[in-house]
Design a protein around this ligand. Sequence first.
Ligand SMILES: Cc1ncc(COP(=O)(O)O)c(C=O)c1O
Length: 372
Amino acid sequence: MPKPIAMLDLHAEFAVFGEQIKAAVHRVLESQQFIGGPDIAELEKQVAAKLGIADAVAVSNGTDALLCALMALGIGHGDEVIVPTFTFFATAGCVHRVGAKPVFVDIDPKTFCMDAHRVRAAVTSRTKAIMPVHLYGQCADMDALRAIAREHRLVVIEDTAQAIGARQGDEVAGSMSDLGCLSFYPTKNLGGFGEGGMILSTNVDRANLCRRLRNHGQSQQYLHDVVGGNFRLDTLKAAILLVKLPHWEKFTQQRRESASMYDALLKGAPVTPPHLAPRNTHVYHQYTILCDRRDELMAFLKSRDILTAVYYPVPLHRQPCFAYLNCRCEDFPVAEDASLRVLSLPVHPMLTEEEINRVAGGIHDFYGTKPR
Ligand SMILES: Cc1ncc(COP(=O)(O)O)c(C=O)c1O
């Protein structure tokens, strides 16, 4: 029996750097410093340097990165923030949590990222911010979004949770706006051991404001300039991420190689492979196809021990907690369609050629097609 093919193989990844991680954990245990310390500052320095961004602020998770970024940019009650309806919940949840109103827009049918035309149409006198999400690992159309932001004096926060290191032209995800937000959730391209996140900033003063906000707004001990939160990353997790960071580029390359194998092997099957927008590089956090009879295909692959996933089956305009916004499903036809037809295939860095062949073969067998 061949081994089941999963969306992730953290055991195989751990085999690559497990001993170094055990040594790093041991070092932190010996130090007994669990909050702050040199590992946090070193992680911030190394991620900022690798991405070529002025500053980076380690935080507790990607959701808190978004929340802290909204707080740092002064978004709150009475403000409207434009977000895509087709994303992970956190993007819009944070807007609601700071007291602002999420205004959903539809997505581009090719990249699944927010549609700039829809954004333009959604701007009102109350709009304060736009939050593009670089979904699946490639950037939203930042030139168009930044033009709208300039015209209407809006701030932009990039949700870079799924797209660490993705580029648009010569710019990197997270550097094309007022603040960018990373997640180190274990499934992410740079996944930690538990929760983790980071705020990216091209402006050091703004990064320092985020540093204060992550520590209850303290400028010095027990003196609070502003109200923040406890958004700190644990030292242990920073030490582990420092071990994983040098592997991240090679792992991204492995994802790209798997993606191009799928592109070739899926020719001839009635599915739409991921579209790479001009000027974008993709980091393939997900390799997401569009297909008909999606749920049947998913069950068929599962019967062959091949696991796939749907990101996301329920767009945010349909979420019960956002019923108060009175959204109409007809206003989001692309997201509605995508929620029924997207399917993410395994694309993790430890995937073998034989496994990719098995996944693609399963898709052809389901549709009764042959590779071209
Ligand atoms: C697009 C997007 N935004 C935000 C988040 C939130 O990150 P976290 O789970 O680290 O809070 C995630 C990941 O889970 C995500 O995929």
